[in-house]
Design a protein around this ligand. Structure first.
Ligand code: ADP
Ligand code: MG
Length: 632
């Protein structure tokens, strides 16, 4: 059969350019990547063979073999795992299926090949091109007669050819090493790399004596790893480094783990878990197709990394394994769905993870803040998805607030509530800076009442679902009344003398009535404001209506057409409003007063970051008003 030439997916080409030209000092990690893939391939075949024993019947001793050829300057990594057919080779070694890769490539190009990122992300198979200028992959898929050969120099194209020279089953990756990578032709160097990065691999890694290649066992090869599933070993015998290397392998991620949980449950259900929380945020954390990355094993046999019920989506940042004794080895994917045993394990593991997070939050709040900044927005999904853990999650939640730069807990907030304050006040928006300047916060600032500043889209969803914390309702400062009058505050400058207040009120009522008449159905209502102290106007939502920010999010997503009309609040203490109130009293309606009413509404819209309905009209009125002001 003839050779077929194919191009890499554009993203892969860009990635390969970065990889080949990177001065990444840790080039040796290519071996970890190839061994990791070989181990995954064996795991997958072992699982497939549970239902189709013929697949591995002829050779069921899974192993990974390393072989050197100094003359050809090549290093071979071979496995007798599941193997790849033509389609697999093209799809797996020609594209990048992993979500988040596009974002990664963009990020790395922006930062001009930031090496830390390569290390963190892990370029998988393609890391072979850090040390090789030509890579050959020969593979025969378990159960197939035909073998295939994939060859590339990593420069835009690769070829695929049918071949007789493939392993009996599995994959053989041969690297023709670059001049600057000759060190990887030394057996001692390979031994050292394997013990550093791949000791935890649960199947034997063998080093062939020079001049032999392939996976055929002949008893001469030297075993280089200890090959025991790390989670089955006693904690005291495992070093931090070993844990870390396992985390890199199992998580396909390359940062430092932020938290490690290694536990064994015995009793009604028996399982072992080794779980990690990463210290950096994956690029695809909010990709809707992303699932958790915890692998399910049954009695040391890999079953799947795709068991949706094993952990809830709001813990999708976890990596690691759960290995249970209590499921049958031949469990199918269908049987895993709604499986009561899995549900029990999930509940217990969720409790354990949240318990551990709570400890971290109490013992090392600063360290916890780093975790929260990475994954808080994900954890908050649990507030409406998992009512059983809502209490625990509210305890773990942290927020920015008007009280300072740090993160506060709800307990902190409750402790600082003012006399007469019944609600937990919050405001939602896109970013802290503009939120902190919202006019709706003025009255709260004047009374030194703390307001939570919420900027995650998920906040709009859990707040209405949760409703309250320790019987104190959550209340948006941009919706409904404020009850500010009922709250006593230390620095409260007592209300002005009664007479003045009433006099003001009379003028204000006339102004409010006039503005309402002028703006007609452009606003739902107009009223005097309790929450403003500095600004003249602001918009708020009515008690039963959608919060302004949520409405904007829904509008952006095209889920909402007509905005529920806003309430325009005017600040009775503001000089502009007082002057306007006087004018309404003196001269009644007039064209310039109408223009003023419209300008008030437009001003409030601008403050809210909302587009103006009639920008040309706004500019005209504004110019006329300014011209008049200047000529007086
Ligand atoms: P990852 O391992 O994170 O999926 P890689 O770039 O390391 O990404 O590998 C890409 C894909 O190529 C793997 O997901 C797998 O499907 C396939 N693959 C790589 N090496 C092997 C192998 N030795 N045997 C079978 N499949 C392999
Ligand atoms: Mg890999």
């Amino acid at each position: 059969m003839s050779e077929e030439k194919l191009s890499f997916q554009a993203e892969v080409s860009r990635l390969l350019d970065i990889v080949a030209n990177s001065l990444y000092s840790n080039k040796e990690i290519f071996l970890r990547e190839l061994i990791s893939n070989a181990s995954d391939a064996c795991d997958r075949l072992r699982y497939a063979a549970i239902t189709q024993p013929v697949l591995s019947a002829e050779d069921s001793d899974f192993r990974i073999t390393l072989a050197l050829d100094k003359k050809a300057k090549s290093l071979t990594v071979a496995d007798n795992g599941i193997g790849m057919n033509r389609g697999d080779l093209v799809a797996n070694l020609g594209t990048i299926a992993r979500s988040g890769t596009a974002a990664f490539v963009e990020e790395i190009e922006k930062t001009e090949g930031s090496l830390g990122l390569i290390g963190q992300f892990g370029v998988g198979f393609y890391s072979a091109f850090m040390v090789a200028d030509r890579v050959e992959v020969s593979s025969r898929k378990a159960g197939d007669a035909q073998g295939w050969r994939w060859v590339s120099d990593g420069k835009g194209e690769f070829t695929v050819t049918a071949t007789e020279d493939a392993p009996a089953r599995g994959t053989r990756v041969t690297l023709y090493l670059r001049k600057d990578a000759k060190e990887f032709l030394e057996a001692a160097r390979l031994r050292q790399i394997v013990t550093t990065y791949s000791d935890h691999i649960a199947i034997p890694i063998l080093l062939e004596p020079e001049g032999k290649a392939g996976v055929e066992m002949d008893g001469e090869a030297e075993r280089v790893n200890s090959a025991a599933a790390i989670w089955t070993r006693p904690k005291s015998e495992i070093t931090d480094e070993q844990y870390k290397e396992f985390y890199h392998h199992v998580g396909h991620t390359f940062d430092e783990p932020w938290l490690r949980l290694h536990f064994k449950a015995e009793g009604v259900i028996e399982y072992t878990g080794l779980l990690f929380v990463p210290s950096t945020k994956p690029f695809d954390l909010f990709d809707p197709t992303r699932r958790h990355r915890v692998k399910l094993y049954v009695k040391r046999v890999f079953i799947t990394d795709d068991c949706e019920d094993l952990l809830p989506p709001y813990l999708r940042f976890l990596r690691g394994v759960i290995d249970t004794e209590d499921l049958p080895l031949n469990i199918s994917r269908e049987m895993l769905q709604h499986n009561p045993m899995i549900a029990k394990i999930r509940n217990a593991v969720v409790k354990r993870v949240l318990g551990e997070l709570k400890k971290k939050a109490q013992k090392t709040p600063e360290d916890y803040a780093a975790f929260w900044n990475n994954f808080g927005a994900v954890l908050k999904e649990g507030l409406y998805e998992d009512s059983g853990q809502c209490e625990a999650l509210l305890g773990l939640a942290r927020f920015r607030s008007t009280a300072g730069d740090g993160l506060v807990s709800l307990a902190d907030y409750l402790g600082r509530m003012k006399e007469g304050q019944e609600s937990i006040f919050y405001i939602t928006g896109d970013d802290f800076d503009s939120l902190a300047k919202s006019p709706q916060l003025e009255g709260f600032a004047a009374k030194d009442i703390e307001v939570l500043l919420l900027t995650d889209p998920v906040d709009e969803f859990w707040l209405p679902a949760v409703g309250a914390f320790e019987n104190k309702p959550f209340k948006s400062v941009t919706r409904g009344g404020t009850d500010l009058g009922k709250i006593k505050a230390a620095g409260d400058t007592a209300a002005a003398a009664d007479g003045e207040v009433q006099e003001q009120a009379a003028g204000l009522n006339a102004l409010v009535a006039f503005v309402k008449l002028t703006l007609k159905d452009e606003v739902k209502d107009v009223r005097g404001s309790e929450r403003l102290t500095e600004s003249a106007v602001c918009l708020v939502a009515d008690e039963g209506d959608l919060d302004i920010h949520l409405e904007r999010i829904l509008k952006q997503h095209g889920q909402l057409n007509a905005a529920a009309h806003r309430i325009l609040e005017v600040n009775p203490k503001h000089p502009l409003i007082r002057r306007l109130a006087e004018r309404v009293g003196e001269s009644g309606a007039g064209e310039d007063l109408e223009a003023a009413a419209r300008l008030l509404l437009d001003q409030a819209r601008i403050l809210e970051g909302e587009p103006l309905a009639d920008p040309a009209g706004f500019a005209k009125r504004m110019s006329e008003m300014m011209a008049r002001g200047l000529s007086e």
